[in-house]
Design a protein. Structure first.
Length: 257
């Protein structure tokens, strides 16, 4: 059976944890599990590395994961906490002497082209630029021999893509999941999903809503991500069902594909 290694590069919400200027118990915690960079995961197999999103923390995340090459980027959506590390792919462009394919919904790629106009506007420059090759996601596709199944969901009034690969799926930044997408999320060994906090939020699933989704879809293991400073690692885990845990930066496990 083929497998890939999944590493949680970041498990925090858009502002990160600790949050600037905050002195709450979680922000002041000395437990490394309570240090959360912006949300992203790394999929590694056969020497290939694929990241989902390039957060503002991408550089430090890639350093921590000792990522020696980068082969593709999948984008969930184009919010700032998911895209603004893109400029930091340049060392991989230089080392690999190649552009890096990036995959996203058409609306996501459109915002990327606006947010990073200097990459795409062909203005002459003596600076190094990120080298990218745009691929619009319009259905399942193969990436280095692994089938990637996009999972559309709602993110408040906007939309987001989750991704399934073999027996695992990553679905961050969602508020609701349509029934057609739930059908793509059954039979999972590992389900990494958004659970911002206890208090409801218009853009994000909270702990109660994510627990209900886990109960309906019955993955073997569920891992909450995009976590804000309301949820301390150990005290929250103690209250969760046994198959549900808060993800943390550096969490790593094998996935059957
Ligand atoms: Zn986000
Ligand atoms: Zn705080
Ligand atoms: Zn978002």
């Amino acid at each position: 059976m083929q497998s890939l290694e999944l590493t949680v590069l970041g498990s925090g919400t858009s502002m990160g944890v600790p949050t600037l200027g905050c002195h709450c118990a979680v922000c002041e915690s000395s437990d490394p599990h309570d240090k959360r960079t912006r949300p992203s995961v790394l999929l590694s197999s056969n020497g290939r590395n694929v990241v989902i999103d390039t957060t503002p923390d991408f550089r430090s995340q890639a350093m921590a994961a000792r990522m020696d090459r980068l082969d593709a980027i999948l984008y969930t959506h184009a919010h700032a906490d998911h895209i603004f590390g893109l400029d930091d792919i340049r060392p991989y462009n230089l080392k690999q002497k190649a552009a890096i394919p990036i995959y996203g919904a058409e609306s996501t790629l459109r915002v990327l082209q606006k947010s990073f106009a200097y990459i795409f506007d062909d203005t002459p420059t003596a600076s190094s630029l990120p080298g990218v090759e745009l691929h619009t996601i319009d259905g399942p596709f193969a990436l280095f021999g692994t089938e990637i199944i996009p999972i559309p969901a709602m993110h408040g009034p906007g939309s987001v893509l989750g991704f399934r690969f073999g027996k695992a799926a990553y679905l961050t930044d969602f508020s609701t999941v349509p029934e057609s997408s739930k059908d793509l999320l059954r039979g999972l060994d590992h389900f990494i999903l958004d659970a911002l906090r206890y208090v409801p939020h218009p853009m994000h699933s909270n702990v109660e809503q994510s627990l209900a989704l886990v109960a309906a879809l019955k993955p073997k293991h569920a891992w909450f991500t995009h976590i804000c400073h309301d949820l301390g690692h150990h005290e929250t885990n103690a209250k969760l069902p046994e198959n549900v845990r808060l993800a943390h930066d550096g969490l790593r496990f094998e996935v059957q594909i």
